[in-house]
Design a protein around this ligand. Structure first.
Ligand SMILES: *Cc1c(COP(=O)(O)O)cnc(C)c1O
Length: 393
């Protein structure tokens, strides 16, 4: 008979595409006593979470709240509330997550008009213009701001402007961008956006912040058909998360996970939004200097590179999977593999949230250099010095 014992995970350094490292303060917040999800003290905390989310997203949207499920549920919340059967949605795909948007559109009875760009390239605004010219009746434009599968940043502001010109709503995937690079919901005119806690917000996975503009809320309220998901129906969730002090039971909020998000947001705002973006930029530059000293190349052109997700090409002659398992085995360090067409060709090195620090950058450079050399592949020298030079300015 098996005797089950407590599970003690190894202590890892998480430098993949998420989850990322979690600050001890956040983990400590999570282990505080559970209270009722309608307890007045809890509701005060919920109001603070909503208000901090608004600050981080730069929005006044009343409908800003954390969905009690991971980023994929936030994605679904946006699509299921805004799409009715027969709606046309222009979906931009330049990696894994645009493909999921298409599936969402089709499952809710919409028609997805695909705008395709190569993996590793940003969404091309000219192609989006052309799609609107061909489909002036498109109701929504959907795109991924920060494509985690490739490490590309698309120009969210420009894409939103195109949608506005054509009276279309926008759905924006900001799972990896929120807290890592500039994001301005109201300034850019984003109508519906979803994110995730485990990327740049330094929190455990399982919660998805979302926000809906007034225009998007009007569309949800004016639906001819009922929202086909009970759990994600924003009309119902608002009874619990809405203001006015008359909270009604909808579902049991993940109380302790929300303590974690609260703490993560407190820490982010303590640091300052702009400072957080700058920190991601600085450590990306140091990592880049080190990798380039070794002779490694980035997948993405500098102009579109995400500081928080670095896709680097696997050097000739290197067994990429063996490197990743050696990093895990010998350094307890996790980096990400390539997905889809990029499988076996790139590593994805995350510098997200609490993972984005000098110690991690230096560890990763040292571990990669030693591990690749051990495979008998020659590399350029001086990675650590090159990175240190960036820090010393
Ligand atoms: C991680 C991620 C998601 C999905 O989030 P989950 O929390 O894994 O469901 C969606 N979009 C992007 C861009 C992501 O990086």
């Amino acid at each position: 008979m098996t005797t089950y014992r407590s599970f003690y995970p190894p202590v890892r350094t998480l430098m993949g595409p998420g989850p990322s490292d979690i600050d001890p303060r956040v983990l400590a917040a999570m282990s505080r006593p559970t209270i009722g999800h309608l307890d007045p003290e809890f509701i005060t905390m919920m109001d603070q979470v909503k208000s901090m989310l608004k600050t981080v997203l730069k929005t006044e949207n009343e409908l800003t709240l954390p969905v009690s499920a991971p980023g994929s549920a936030g994605m679904e919340a946006c699509f299921v509330n805004l799409i009715e059967p027969g709606d046309k949605v222009i979906v931009c795909q330049n990696g894994v997550f645009g493909g999921r948007m298409k599936e969402n559109v089709e499952r809710f009875g919409g028609t997805a008009i695909m705008v395709q760009d190569d993996w590793g390239q940003p969404v091309d605004p000219n192609k989006v213009e052309a799609a609107f010219a061909e489909h002036p009746d498109a109701k929504i434009l959907a795109f991924v701001h920060a494509e985690t599968s490739t490490g590309v940043r698309s120009d969210a502001k420009a894409l939103c402007q195109i949608a506005q010109k054509h009276n279309a709503l926008t759905i924006v995937d900001a799972v990896t961008s929120m807290g890592g690079i500039e994001l301005d919901v109201d300034g850019w005119g984003i109508d519906a956006l979803y994110s995730g806690t485990q990327k740049c917000l330094s929190c455990p996975p399982g919660i998805s912040p979302v926000t809906f503009s007034e225009k998007a809320v009007d569309v949800v309220k004016g639906r001819k058909t009922i929202v086909p998901s009970w759990f994600l129906d924003k009309n119902l969730v608002m009874g619990y998360w809405g203001g006015g002090g008359k909270r009604a039971y909808h579902h049991t909020a993940p109380v302790n996970a929300l303590y974690a998000l609260h703490e993560g947001l407190v820490m982010l705002l303590d640091e300052g939004l702009e400072n957080t973006w700058q920190r991601h930029e600085l450590h990306h530059k140091a990592l880049k200097a080190g990798l380039e000293a070794m002779g490694m190349e980035f997948l993405v052109d500098e102009e579109y590179r995400l500081p928080q997700l670095n896709s680097v090409k696997v050097p000739e002659g290197v067994d990429e999977a063996a490197v990743r398992s050696a990093l895990l085995q010998n350094y307890s360090l996790e980096i990400g593999a390539g997905l889809g067409a990029l499988a076996g060709k790139v590593w994805r090195i995350g510098l997200m949230g609490a993972s984005c620090n000098r110690r991690n950058v230096m560890l990763c450079l040292d571990a990669l250099e030693n591990t690749i050399r051990a495979q008998g592949v020659e590399l350029g020298r001086g990675a650590a010095e090159a990175a240190a030079k960036v820090y010393e300015g």
